[in-house]
Design a protein around this ligand. Structure first.
Ligand SMILES: Nc1ncnc2c1ncn2[C@@H]1O[C@H](COP(=O)(O)OP(=O)(O)OP(=O)(O)O)[C@@H](O)[C@H]1O
Ligand SMILES: [Mg+2]
Length: 279
């Protein structure tokens, strides 16, 4: 369980609050998508969850963030890493080893996982991420997507209850992006892991996330189920977020007085809408 109360943060020397008055509860088992334009504060919000803010980046921090009961200001990044694993936006900066296997082993050894469990955890994580054949590869020789998977495997091997990913599909083509989200869904549904993912591709979030948080200039402007959030395309557009084409269509039909139902965000919903409009 994550509880964010009245959280505001301004980086030392920053001209404005990177986060302003954020209140958000994230229960266990959630699959939350965070969306917003560049500079909206999405990465800073993830830093506030893993303690990088305020421990690594100094600044003015107000309010509180509790991760499974641990106050992030008191607990510090190491204790928090046991509760919540993070895959950062700057993935190269996160990697500590030069070979895939060592990257995963590093975390397992650091966490004090018993020797007899290490090999099975390593194999399980490689298998789940579908990268067994990359086990002995140099990280520097991997494609962007392979690196993303290695970073995710290194985190899942630690079996945290919460995984936070900052734009994990940033460098990926649509097919590889879907594969990452399929994997996140599996972790969420089969293992009950809470997934918090910053993602710019709204269609992916519409398909995979349960709830959406929309950030704009440091403010959480909307939070709710995907359907709830998509009912207010004006807020999404105001936050600089592209809305799905089917939602735009629903909005346009609504403005012409032709449709009054729930705005769709996927094809089956769009089909139902068109049947209603045409019949
Ligand atoms: N280390 C830092 N020092 C000072 N200001 C920072 C720092 N990191 C981010 N900021 C500022 O904080 C605000 C929020 O930045 P953040 O990186 O959280 O946005 P974001 O939504 O993740 O953007 P993007 O989509 O580009 O990754 C921006 O105004 C940014 O310039
Ligand atoms: Mg960011």
């Amino acid at each position: 369980m994550i509880s964010i109360r009245d959280l505001s943060f301004r980086y030392a020397g920053g001209g404005r609050d990177a986060l302003s008055g954020i209140n958000l509860e994230i229960p266990p088992g959630e699959f939350l998508g965070i969306i917003g334009s560049s500079g909206a504060g999405k990465s800073t919000l993830t830093y506030a969850l893993n303690g990088i803010v305020p421990h690594h980046y100094p600044g003015d921090f107000y309010g509180s963030v509790l991760v499974n009961g641990l106050d992030t200001v008191d607990a510090g990044p190491e204790a928090l890493a046991r509760q919540a694993g993070s895959v950062f936006q700057d993935i190269d900066g996160q990697m500590v080893a030069s070979v895939v296997e060592d990257e995963i082993l590093f975390g397992l050894e650091n966490f004090g996982i018993p020797r007899n469990e290490i090999e099975s955890r390593l194999e399980e994580a490689l298998l789940a991420a579908g990268i067994q054949e990359l086990r002995y590869r140099e990280l520097s020789s991997l494609s962007g997507g392979q690196k993303q998977k290695a970073a995710i495997a290194a985190i899942t091997a630690l079996k945290p209850g919460i995984i936070i990913l900052d734009e994990p599909t940033g460098e990926l083509d649509p097919q590889s992006s879907r594969k990452i989200f399929d994997y996140l869904r599996e972790l969420n549904e089969k293992q009950g892991i809470t997934i918090i993912v910053v993602e710019q591709k709204i269609m992916l979030l519409c398909e995979f996330a349960k709830r959406l948080a929309v950030m704009d200039k440091g403010v959480l402007v909307r939070e709710g189920t995907v359907t709830e959030v998509l009912q207010r395309p004006d807020i999404l557009e105001g936050a600089g977020v592209n809305i799905p084409r089917v939602t735009t269509l629903g909005k346009a039909l609504g403005e012409k007085g032709l449709y009054r139902g729930e705005l769709p965000h996927n094809l089956p919903q769009a089909e139902a809408m068109m049947k209603e409009v045409l019949c």
